[in-house]
Structure formats: structure tokens, C-alpha cells
Design a protein around this ligand. Structure first.
Ligand code: NAP
Length: 430
């Protein structure tokens, strides 16, 4: 018998479990998560109005319900059990901890109230217990969203939607209510480079053209000559085509505007004890790639700033870490004998959910080739240790009780109303 522990129950964790489970019967897999609920990024990262993407959890559920796999929730590595103890208990450990921390925006005023990282803001509208009390300032007329990736798109779209457009989503009640009362009318999306350098994908960008009460706006002067679009890779070409369409849209009756500020680098955020405006420097492209400042600045009024400039994996004591890349130091997923990483913890925060699948399968093959079963106790040893420490472990059937209660109290048309308080969740467990 080989005993494997996977830390993190998001996509990378479950794809790894799925791949390992397919290999042979002589394996036991514990998926450990600090939350009492599984699925990580699917629950707390994927936008609540993207239920078709969230539906991938059904695939993970099948894995979770198999005999070889256990969910060990509400267990924080480093608090309830140490990495050294896990390495003694299991034949191999896979770190699938994702990248839940924001890369900091290192500019003056970046720490003013009202400046919020996307991990916190997305966590807030997705019901992450750590961010349920965030209370972002929505009583202001304008917001700035920094970054030109898909997370910036998610944030701009969520800030723009009407309550009716959230029907069918699982946006949590506190965010649904606060966004319904929001005074925000202008949402600036700032990219330090131009339309040809965006990291947004076409389907997600195209959604902005079909909002009930918001219209995207692009300055035609920001585009390079149209004949350059042909040389772009197909996805980016489609995205740029959306931006060109946006440049011709009229607001009509729509009250909100999503303004794409290209060639715009935030220099500092100012305000009396809170964010009120941002000073932005215009940039130009150096040799078609890097953004360089032109020295020309302008001001954006914004009482809310959401930074969507990428994430990083939190380090774990004793595990080699590449601080500049925000991920564990690894070679094709191997950190050290018996210790592996997958997903964003391995690659850094890039790629879609599906990108984690090959990672999981690759690491499972490595483990098959490199890890032999021995006399380590695996899950039985972990249970003894956590029991002695009186850690309140949440099992998968406990989670199913929480899940049923969330479905039972859902708003009409919504699949669930998430619990955002850990004690409340624990109260539902056996
Ligand atoms: P991302 O795609 O890497 O985009 C980060 C953006 O931040 C880039 O435009 C980058 O600009 C900008 N940036 C970085 N540092 C900056 C700074 N100091 N000042 C100003 N701008 C800065 O990251 P993400 O949006 O967080 O997304 C993470 C991953 O999740 C991506 O792979 C994304 O596709 C995926 N995702 C997918 C979906 C979906 O499929 N629906 C939804 C959400 C996220 P430069 O290019 O100039 O560096």
C-alpha cells in the first residue's frame, strides 16, 4: 500500500488524486484542506456567474467518493500538523496549494483603505470565510481595476452587473445585496501595455459587450494599425476584435461604463485616509514589448481600487521556494524525494482549470515510478495525531451535509447560498 497526501482540494489536487487512483488499487489518498469545504478555486475563485465552469466539481466529486480517496477538511498544515510530520506519515506528499495570495502593488498609497487585492475581492463575492467581512467601498462613483487578465475582467463584470444578471449565479447574499446598492458608474480597467498585449481570453472579454446596464469603452487611438492583428495568435486576435467592436459601441440607456485605459501605469494612490484618486503615467511600448513611462500623467477619481496583477503561492516552512515566481522551487513537479507540487503551486498562476489536469497526471506517473509503499501509517497515523490534538476534522460526508444545507437555503434560481462562517459550517457536521 502506498499512502499519498495531497495538500489542497482545488482542481490541481483532485486531478492528481484522479490520476493516482486510476493507477492501481494499492493506494490510499488523503486530500487535506484548511477549509471545511472542498474544491478550492472552483468554489472561491471561479466567478459566481460562471456556473458552467464551476460544474467541473462534479468530476472531482466522483473522485472524492471513491474508496481510495478521503477528504480531510479543516486541517491547516503548519498549525494542526507540520510538513515534517506529514512526510513521516505518508510515502509521498503533493502540494496543490494553489496561489491564493495577491502579488502586491508596490506603489505609494497602495496600502490605503479602499485598495483591495483581487484574492480578497473575489473571495468576498465568492463567500470565502477569510474575506466575508471585507465590506469594499461601493458607495463611490468610480473604481479602478488594475491588470489586463481574466481576473480583471471578472472583477469589472461583477461590478457592472444588475441584480437580474446574477440570477442563476451563486454570488453570496452579502455581495449580491451590496453590489445591488452600488453607486459605481465608471469602472476603469488599467493595462500598462496595449490591446495587443492583453492576457484576456475572447469568450470572457466578449461578455462585456452584452451587459444590461454597462457598456465597454475603448479609445480607438490606443489600437495599432489593424493589419497587425492578422499576425496575432487566434485567441488574442479574437480578443482584439472584441476590443475593436467595443470602440464603436454607444452607451444608449446604459448607466455604467467600463473604460479600458491602455498604456496606463499606476504611479500612486492618493486620498484623505482612504483611496480617492490614482495618478497614472502614460506608457509606450519599447520594441513592441515592455512598457516604458512617458513622464505624462493623468488622474483617475476612484474610491475603490482592485489590483488584479497576479497571485502567488504562500511559502511553507522548510519547503524550497522561488520568491520571484511566487511558487515552490521544483523540477517538473519534483521538489525533493517524496515531495511534489502541481498546478499553480508548481507553475505559478497561469493557465485555465484544465491546464492542471496534465500536471496531475504527470506527477502521478512520477510517483508511480519513484515511490514504493513501505510501512508508513498514512491516514490512520494522521487521524491519531489530529485526534490527540482535538482537531475538528471535516469528512466528505460532513461536506455533503453542508452542501445540502447550502442548496436548501439558496435564493430562488441560485444553486446554493454558501455559508461564510466556519463555525456555522462545523455546526452542520456530524
Ligand atoms: P494574468 O493573466 O497573469 O494577468 C495579470 C495582468 O496584470 C497582466 O495584464 C499584467 O500585465 C498585469 N500586471 C502585472 N503586474 C502589474 C503591475 N505591477 N502593474 C500593472 N499591471 C500589472 O493573471 P490573472 O488575471 O490573475 O489570471 C490568472 C490566471 O487565471 C490566468 O491564467 C487566467 O487566464 C486564469 N483565469 C481564467 C478565467 C477564465 O477562464 N474565465 C478567469 C479568471 C482567471 P503585463 O502583461 O504587462 O505583465
Amino acid at each position: 500500500m502506498r499512502h499519498i497526501a495531497i495538500i489542497g482540494s482545488g482542481p490541481a489536487g483532485y486531478y492528481s488524486a484522479e490520476a493516482l487512483q486510476k493507477q492501481d488499487d494499492g493506494i490510499r489518498i488523503d486530500i487535506i484542506d484548511r477549509m471545511p469545504v472542498p474544491y478550492g478555486l472552483i468554489r472561491f475563485g471561479v466567478a459566481p456567474d460562471h456556473q458552467s465552469i464551476k460544474a467541473v466539481y462534479k468530476r472531482y466529486e466522483k473522485v472524492a467518493l471513491s474508496d481510495e480517496v478521503r477528504f480531510v477538511g479543516n486541517v491547516l498544515v503548519g498549525r494542526d500538523v507540520s510538513m515534517a510530520e506529514l512526510l513521516d506519515l505518508y510515502d509521498a506528499i503533493i502540494l496543490a496549494t494553489g496561489a491564493p495570495e495577491d502579488r502586491p502593488l508596490d506603489i505609494p498609497g497602495g496600502d490605503l483603505p479602499g485598495v483591495i487585492g483581487s484574492a480578497a475581492f473575489v473571495g468576498w463575492y465568492n463567500g470565502h470565510p477569510d474575506f466575508a467581512a471585507l465590506d469594499p467601498p461601493l458607495d463611490v462613483s468610480a473604481a479602478a481595476v488594475i491588470g489586463n487578465g481574466n481576473v480583471a475582467l471578472d472583477v469589472a463584470r461583477i461590478l457592472s452587473k444588475t441584480p437580474a444578471e446574477f440570477v442563476g449565479s451563486d454570488i453570496v447574499a452579502h455581495a449580491f445585496e451590496a453590489l445591488g446598492n452600488s453607486a459605481i458608474r465608471n469602472i476603469h480597467v488599467l493595462g500598462r501595455r496595449g490591446p495587443h498585449q492583453i492576457a484576456m481570453t475572447p469568450k470572457e472579454l466578449g461578455e462585456l459587450g452584452h451587459l444590461e446596464d454597462a457598456v465597454p469603452k475603448v479609445d480607438p487611438a490606443d489600437f495599432p494599425p489593424p493589419d497587425g492583428d492578422a499576425a496575432l495568435e487566434p485567441g488574442l486576435r479574437k480578443s482584439v476584435a472584441h476590443l475593436r467592436d467595443f470602440a464603436g459601441l454607444q452607451p444608449g440607456e446604459r448607466r455604467k461604463t467600463i473604460l479600458f485605459d491602455f498604456f496606463a501605469r499606476p504611479v500612486r494612490i492618493e486620498g484623505e485616509g482612504k483611496a480617492e484618486r490614482m495618478i497614472v503615467e502614460r506608457t509606450r511600448l519599447d520594441e513592441g514589448k515592455a512598457a516604458v513611462g512617458t513622464g505624462e500623467t493623468y488622474e483617475i477619481d476612484c474610491g475603490l481600487v482592485v489590483t488584479c496583477i497576479g497571485y502567488r503561492t504562500p511559502p511553507i516552512e522548510g519547503v524550497p521556494y522561488e520568491a520571484d515566481l511566487g511558487r515552490f522551487a521544483n523540477e517538473n513537479g519534483l521538489i525533493s524525494p517524496g515531495l511534489y507540487c502541481v498546478g499553480w503551486a508548481r507553475r505559478g498562476p497561469t493557465g485555465t482549470i484544465g491546464t492542471n489536469r496534465p500536471d496531475g497526471y504527470e506527477v502521478a506517473e512520477k510517483i508511480a515510478a519513484e515511490v514504493r509503499g513501505g510501512d508508513k501509517p498514512g491516514g490512520a497515523g494522521l487521524d491519531r495525531l489530529l485526534g490527540a490534538r482535538k482537531v475538528r476534522v471535516v469528512t466528505f460526508s460532513d461536506w455533503q451535509r453542508i452542501e445540502a444545507a447550502e442548496a436548501a437555503r439558496a435564493r430562488q434560481g441560485s444553486p446554493r447560498e454558501k455559508f461564510v462562517d466556519i463555525d456555522e459550517m462545523l455546526g452542520l457536521c456530524r
